[in-house]
Design a binder for this molecule. Structure first.
Ligand SMILES: [Zn+2]
Length: 218
């Protein structure tokens, strides 16, 4: 499993994990920096989810990172890690290859020693031919080419770009009901009017038709 490899490499670099549960392997690096590798997800072999603390205000976010406010997307098992305490924002990195793992290690070293972090981008060199891509593979999204969400009812609050990107990736750029990739919109599973939030968990991609059907059902 790629996530085991990620845990091995990070441990080689920063020392043995301080905590292992079914859901996470956590490394406390010094007294104020934690790295958490998720072990219950993904269910696939070829990538890993790594959680890092939000960088200091003065540093820009790594381009590869997905931002999570407060508790969203995280296990309670993550919270005992330094820098990733309950209620704090965090970064989730989807590590898909050795280059990204090396960049993650360099980035972590820099942040820990209060140096300017190096560039940390998703590795964009395509390593598989388009023919072999199936829905089961994490789809790399070029955010600039993402179609604009076209909510049928206007959203009262803007869905953060990073959340849009993750929902888009998770749902493979297709309607979760009928697999269509036409006229997609970000649908709130629990409607906004009923207190549903703009979190990854509460959003899904639906096509216009399925969205209308859902609207009629409720
Ligand atoms: Zn549909």
């Amino acid at each position: 499993m790629f996530k085991d490899h990620v845990i091995d490499k990070i441990s080689e670099e920063f020392g043995a994990p301080s905590r292992k549960t079914v859901k996470v392997t956590a490394l406390d690096i010094g007294s104020n920096f934690g790295v958490v590798v998720q072990t219950d997800q993904p269910n696939k072999d070829d990538y890993a989810f790594v959680w890092l603390q939000y960088p200091p205000d003065s540093e820009s976010l790594p381009e590869i990172a997905l931002e999570y406010a407060e508790e969203s997307g995280r296990h309670s098992n993550t919270y005992p890690s330094p820098g990733l305490e309950q209620g704090k924002p965090a970064l989730k990195i989807i590590v898909t290859c050795a280059e990204e793992l090396a960049d993650l290690i360099s980035y972590t070293h820099a942040i820990m020693s209060f140096k300017a972090p190096p560039e940390f981008k998703a590795n964009s060199s395509p390593d598989s031919d388009p023919e072999s891509i199936t829905e089961d593979i994490l789809i790399r999204v070029d955010v600039s080419s993402m179609p604009k969400p076209q909510p049928i009812k206007p959203c009262r609050e803007v869905i953060p770009r990073a959340v849009q990107r993750e929902v888009w990736q998770r749902d493979g750029g297709r309607c979760v009901e009928c697999n269509s990739n036409a006229k997609l919109c970000f649908d709130h599973i629990v409607p906004f009017s009923k207190g549903g939030s703009n979190t990854v968990r509460n959003l899904q991609l639906l096509c216009e038709r399925c969205n209308l059907l859902k609207g009629n059902r409720i």
